[in-house]
Design a protein around this ligand. Structure first.
Ligand SMILES: [Zn+2]
Length: 231
């Protein structure tokens, strides 16, 4: 993969991927994080690629303009954790501490955003394992493990081997939301589909699931707005 830059205000970085099976060039702008991706056939010439990008530049800028601003995570900013805003603040602590209104991070932290991300991943592992255990017990099934990832296309998944995967960003959402995702994935241990039988299992575990599902549809993209890259 290579990065090309469309000069302008602001400059736009384009990730270019050569794909053997691509017949023609295709451009995509991620609605989650504004990433611009271009797939090109294996032997595409650089001049053709630049020509194509110039042609599409107006469209790309228009799409980017409609997206919510990405917010850098750092000291002084308030991010949602378990659905409540917490201000990130330096404090005399050994490791991050969550209070009602704040997330305290050690004063020596160089990469604050990484420390916060690491803390959130740990929280995600903990609460999503607890939730998975609870629902698995209710359905009398077992799973093999819980993995936490930074997924872009889905909030959770369940493999045929019984491995559950969740996005750590779910801990920024209210408790009911990640509880629903856990119930959803655990229900897949029995029904590997989205049939009526599957949804009745989900309903058994979480009668309030329709609202929670709707919340994710409406507000889920906001959880991806937070930028932990620190650059
Ligand atoms: Zn599903």
């Amino acid at each position: 993969m290579q990065i090309l830059t469309l000069k302008g205000s602001p400059d736009i970085e384009v990730q270019v991927r050569n794909l053997a099976q691509a017949r023609r060039m295709s451009l995509r702008v991620s609605h989650l994080d504004g990433r611009v991706m271009l797939s090109v056939p294996k032997r595409a010439k650089r001049s053709d690629i630049m020509g194509f990008l110039c042609e599409k530049e107006v469209w790309v800028r228009e799409v980017l303009h409609t997206l919510p601003d990405r917010s850098k995570v750092g000291v002084g900013c308030a991010i949602p954790i378990f659905g409540y805003e917490r201000e990130i603040r330096f404090a005399k602590v050994q490791e991050p501490v969550l209070t009602t209104h704040e997330l305290l991070v050690p004063e020596c932290s160089k990469a604050v955003e990484k420390a916060v991300q690491c803390f959130l991943k740990g929280q995600a592992q903990e609460v999503l394992t607890l939730a998975s255990d609870k629902y698995a017990q209710q359905l009398e099934v077992s799973y093999s493990n819980v993995r936490i990832r930074d997924t872009r296309s889905r909030w959770g998944s369940c493999s045929s081997r019984g491995s559950l995967m969740y996005s750590w960003r779910l801990v920024m959402a209210p408790e009911a939301i990640y509880e629903y995702v856990a119930a959803h994935e655990v229900a897949h241990l029995i029904e590997m589909n989205h049939s009526a039988d599957f949804w009745s299992l989900v309903e058994k575990l979480r009668p309030s699931y329709p609202q929670e599902r709707l919340w994710l549809k409406k507000h889920g993209a906001k959880l991806h707005q937070w930028d932990f890259s620190g650059a």
